[in-house]
Design a protein around this ligand. Structure first.
Ligand SMILES: [Zn+2]
Length: 313
């Protein structure tokens, strides 16, 4: 979970361009996933599976979802990117903002502020309007000798966010200059905007965790040594897929406009068939469903005496 949270939080740092899918990354700049043992759909692009994401995470790569360039629908594919790629993108972006730098020779230098900013026509064209407005207000207050009342906090002078990102480049967003913001931009501040989105972020996390939960069930069903555990996993999967005893299986799968929920539903549908087969087989082999639920009870029972897993106290 921790890794997933980090991934979400780092997303917005790169600015608005990060919200569009990066399907136009040049082929030779994409990481070679075959070297990591991942089956590539095309260079740098693979299926969005738990295994693939685990490998990418271990290899210090980040990833973004790939959308269909015709319909904009989710594709269940992800494109991997390296920290070097992030850095390269940041450097291209800061090169376009060079007029804003107080030291044009140093991409990590401060942005122009105050009168310096307002006097530089080129810099003004690049600076966000709210920065120019706040800078004008700050200058005006300075000229008038400070805040109108002693109780009011002085206006802030916007400047460059002081943080350096994981790719080693300095954040290119602006801070408000208010003392309580401590030189941080709204993203690094964990702004009110994010607070408003907390429910949505929590939902995304649960959505990501739920596909992991399916992976765990899937793995248990495939590899668990204990047959009751296998059966429990299989029946859980059937339960979540909405299949109860005596129900007719409906495995109609839509292939267009796939939302994350639908992708999950599809995986469950695929698992239904396997799980149903296993359940039938295990039941035929004499494994009772009642045994499955007994495993949640940790108290050793007399009849479990021959079971090597049973704990004798
Ligand atoms: Zn920042």
């Amino acid at each position: 979970m921790t890794d997933i949270i980090e991934y979400i939080d780092e997303g917005p740092e790169d600015g608005p361009e990060n919200t569009t899918p990066i399907v136009d990354v040049p082929y030779d700049r994409r990481p070679n996933l075959e070297e990591l043992g991942i089956i590539e759909i095309e260079r740098g692009i693979c299926e969005d599976t738990f295994d693939n994401r685990a490998i990418l995470r271990r290899s210090m790569l980040k990833w973004s979802p790939v959308f269909d360039d015709q319909t904009g629908a989710a594709t269940n594919l992800i494109i991997a990117r390296s920290i070097e790629q992030d850095k390269e993108r940041a450097l291209i972006s800061i090169n376009n903002k060079r007029q804003l730098l107080s030291d044009p020779g140093n991409v990590n230098s401060d942005f122009l502020t105050g009168l310096d900013l307002l006097l530089d026509d080129d810099a003004q064209k690049i600076a966000p309007p709210w920065v120019l407005g706040a800078t004008r207000n700050w200058l005006k207050e300075q000229e008038e000798g400070g805040p109108k009342s002693a109780k009011r906090a002085p206006l802030g002078l916007p400047g460059r966010c002081r943080l350096t990102k994981t790719d080693g480049t300095r954040c290119q967003l602006w801070n408000s200059g208010r003392i309580k913001d401590d030189g941080l931009c709204r993203i690094h501040l964990g702004s009110t905007r994010r607070t408003a989105n907390n429910v949505e972020i929590a939902r995304q996390k649960i959505s990501q965790a739920s596909s992991y939960a399916v992976d765990v069930l899937e793995e248990l069903m495939e590899t668990a040594v204990s047959e009751p555990v296998k059966l429990k996993a299989a029946t859980e999967i059937l339960d979540r897929a909405g299949v109860r005893g005596g129900m007719e299986l409906n495995v109609d799968i839509k292939t267009t406009d796939r939302s994350p929920a639908e992708i999950l539903a599809e995986r469950l549908a695929r698992l239904e068939a396997v799980a149903a087969e296993r359940t039938t087989q295990l039941t035929a082999d004499g494994v009772q469903v009642t045994e499955v639920y007994a495993i949640t009870d940790v108290t050793p029972k007399p009849e479990d005496g021959l079971d090597p897993d049973a704990r004798n106290e």
